[in-house]
Design a protein around this ligand. Structure first.
Ligand SMILES: [Ca+2]
Ligand SMILES: [Ca+2]
Length: 198
């Protein structure tokens, strides 16, 4: 059984990924999100990074759909999403979560480390935030907390640590909880939507 704390964080992520805010994750959410990321990353076709974003969105959806095929109902409502992440973080589906966190950090750096210097600047992290439509007012506090050594940039190690804390930690004080904004106060960037389970 998932703890309240992890449920809150995973629900926060669900709301971010549910691009059309209909209470279900569908293929179109990942396509729209990918397009949004490409726009805020200022990518112009042809672009290898844009192709990568599209591919990752498709891969993610395919993996999720495979999991859903054994669930009832077989669509991705919040309940199934929580079940899915619970299975992922204990290493039940794709192996150790350490490897998944490393891969996710590699992907985030590939997309958002625009100047390819091996660090995410605040500007680059802001692009991550905005492209996921996380409310921008949290960006300063989140960046500051995630930047553990206060060098005003995020290293890949800091990001990997934050990803692990977000998905695994029960401790409400861990900086990684703020990776995708404040999970205690989800607000969509330009409009608010009431959530109902579908
Ligand atoms: Ca949706
Ligand atoms: Ca950079």
């Amino acid at each position: 059984m998932l703890s309240d704390r992890l449920t809150q964080k995973y629900t926060h992520l669900f709301k971010i990924l549910d691009f059309d805010h209909d209470g279900l994750l569908q293929e179109r959410d990942f396509m729209s999100l990918g397009e949004n990321v490409a726009i805020f990353r200022c990518l112009m076709p042809p672009s290898e990074v844009e192709d990568f974003i599209t591919q990752r969105g498709q891969d993610f959806w395919t993996q999720l759909r495979d999991f859903l095929s054994s669930q009832t109902p077989n669509r991705c409502n919040l309940t199934n999403w929580l079940k899915y992440l619970e299975a992922v973080v204990v290493g039940e589906i794709y192996g150790p979560f350490d490897k998944i966190a490393q891969q996710a950090a590699d992907d985030i750096f590939y997309i958002y480390d625009k100047d390819k210097n091996g660090y995410l600047s605040k500007q680059e992290y802001m692009c991550f935030f905005v492209s996921l439509r996380v409310e921008i007012k949290f960006v300063d506090i989140c960046f500051k907390k995630l930047d553990l050594n206060n060098d005003l940039q995020l290293s890949k190690e800091e990001l990997v640590g934050a990803i692990k804390e977000f998905f695994l930690s029960e401790d409400t004080k861990k900086p990684g909880n703020l990776l995708f904004g404040n999970p205690e106060n989800y607000q969509f960037d330009t409009r608010r939507t009431l959530y109902t389970e579908v």
